[in-house]
Design a binder for this molecule. Structure first.
Ligand code: THU
Length: 160
């Protein structure tokens, strides 16, 4: 038996103002998208803004459904739209902002496991890291320089 230790490294910024201006702008676009979330059931709104290598920014918000599993997270709304509209573009960076409508969300909210798996598909496909930035409504911002950092031992096409 051999023990394997898996480590990951993230960067934590105390405040959005510590980010370069272009990133602050991308996070603002995510925040605007969050205002368009349709989240009457969870009352938890998420916005995502995805920068492509062709300069386009695709935004998404969570879209819920009375049949709960039929809803979709903000991150996947954005990446699937981007993949459908610009199939040749690479995904460069994604900003994500999330929070409850019922109480203040002051800690960074990472993308859920299903979204990590979905984003990983594109990182593997394009063979270039996708940078992620995520935060709550205010406060710290976490940066991951690739999706892979958030999903060790990922399942991808190499297994098929
Ligand atoms: N949600 C997202 O949009 N992204 C995530 O990464 C986590 C969860 C949404 C799904 C659902 O509409 C609500 O947040 C509560 O889970």
């Amino acid at each position: 038996m051999k023990e394997v230790k898996i480590e990951t490294t993230l960067q934590v910024f105390d405040n959005i103002k510590e980010l370069p201006e272009a990133l602050q702008a991308l996070m603002s676009q995510a925040s605007e998208a969050r205002q368009k979330a349709y989240a009457p059931y969870s009352k938890f709104s998420v916005g995502a803004a995805l920068l492509l290598d062709n300069g386009e920014v695709i935004t998404g918000s969570n879209q819920e459904n009375a049949s709960y599993p039929s809803g979709l997270c903000a991150e996947r709304t954005a990446i699937y739209y981007a993949g459908a509209k610009f199939p040749k573009a690479k995904f460069v960076k994604m900003a994500i902002i999330a929070g409850s409508q019922l109480h203040p969300t002051l800690t960074p909210i990472p993308p859920c496991g299903a979204c990590r798996q979905a984003i990983a598909e594109y990182e593997v496909k394009q063979d270039t890291p996708i940078e992620l930035y995520f935060m709550g409504e205010t406060g710290k911002v976490v940066r991951s320089n690739s999706l892979g950092n958030l999903l060790p031992l990922l399942f991808d096409k190499s297994a098929l």
